[in-house]
Ligand binder design. Structure first.
Ligand SMILES: [Zn+2]
Length: 322
């Protein structure tokens, strides 16, 4: 535009004459045009930046949005971890501990290490402090829950190992495996089959044929092995620990010696009819802390439900008869 020539009408001769500006004025024109352009460009630029933001800002705000999204995903993962630990805790308190006869972990112990006013002071005062503090406290909660849970499972493991030992020692099976007929149970016998007088029968008789294998009913050590002059004839006594002892009487043969350790199911003797006995049978008795227990309440899975019910019925009918 500046290059265009300018003309003005000269009324004296009605001719258009070219205007020739001095170079100073021309220079001023250039400066003014330039300044005007800069001002207009600045105004436009500011307007668009304010409304739409600069490309750099756009990139940054996009990155911030991405970060926020990633943080919220991490937050969700943290929530999931808390939920998983809570379900472990439920199994711990409602399943494992009751089965093993253990008390629940006290709430005060589980909550230990939580809270504290100035715990997150270092994180406060920033634009995203609330978010950071909430995540940090969740991480702390997870750490504390995992530590307590780990300790709890350790004690459950220890208890279950001890329990397994206890169960192995418990006199929990029948001392004979042949199809047996139950003889007299734990009761007062008005007429002893041999003595003919009233006498307490402190165990359970198994009417098994002569020569039947007799098993240790739980792990333990033999504390008596030999002839018993009290009436049991060839007799074995096993101490199972935990207050339990079992007695096996009227044996024809003894396969263990005093002091020997035995495991459940080991053959310890052979049935017979030694001592005060009117015919071949095994006398079996269980004592717990010195008190006689009814052996038929101690049989475990080695008999079927039908067999067990038959035994109970047989025991009850025999008890009613005498
Ligand atoms: Zn008996």
């Amino acid at each position: 535009m500046l290059r265009n020539k300018k003309y003005v009408l000269d009324f004296s001769d009605l001719q258009y004459k070219q205007i020739r500006l001095p170079w100073k004025k021309k220079f001023m024109h250039v400066i003014l045009w330039f300044a005007a352009s800069v001002i207009v460009a600045t105004i436009y630029g500011t307007f668009f930046e304010n409304v739409f933001g600069s490309p750099k800002e756009k990139l940054l705000s996009q990155q911030i949005e991405n970060l926020k999204l990633q943080y919220s995903l991490i937050g969700r993962e943290l929530d999931n971890s808390v939920a998983s630990l809570n379900s472990l805790r439920l199994s711990d308190d409602k399943r494992y501990r009751p089965i093993l006869d253990m008390d629940s972990v006290p709430e005060s112990y589980r909550k230990a290490g939580h809270g504290g006013v100035d715990r997150y002071r270092d994180l406060s005062g920033y634009q995203n402090s609330d978010m950071l503090i909430s995540y940090k406290s969740k991480i702390d909660e997870i750490k504390s829950m995992a530590t307590v849970q780990n300790e709890s499972f350790k004690s459950i493991t220890e208890r279950s190992v001890e329990w397994k030992r206890e169960i192995d020692h418990f006199p929990g099976i029948s001392p004979v495996s042949v199809k047996f007929r139950l003889g007299d149970g734990l009761k007062w016998r008005t007429v002893h089959p041999v003595l003919g007088i009233g006498r307490m029968h402190n165990g359970q008789d198994f009417d098994v044929p002569y020569g039947t294998d007799v098993y240790a009913t739980g792990n333990g050590s033999v504390i008596e092995s030999g002839y018993n002059s009290g009436g049991f004839g060839n007799c074995i006594v096993i101490d199972h620990g935990y207050g339990f002892q079992t007695v096996y009487g009227h044996l024809s043969d003894i396969k263990v010696v005093k002091g020997q350790n035995v495991k459940r199911g080991d053959i310890i003797g052979i049935s017979g009819s030694t001592g005060l006995s009117s015919g071949p049978h095994l006398h079996y008795q269980i004592e717990q802390f010195g008190a006689h227990k009814n052996p038929i309440n101690f049989f475990n899975n080695d008999v079927s439900t039908e067999e067990y019910n038959e035994m109970i019925q047989a025991f009850e009918s025999k008890s009613k008869l005498r």
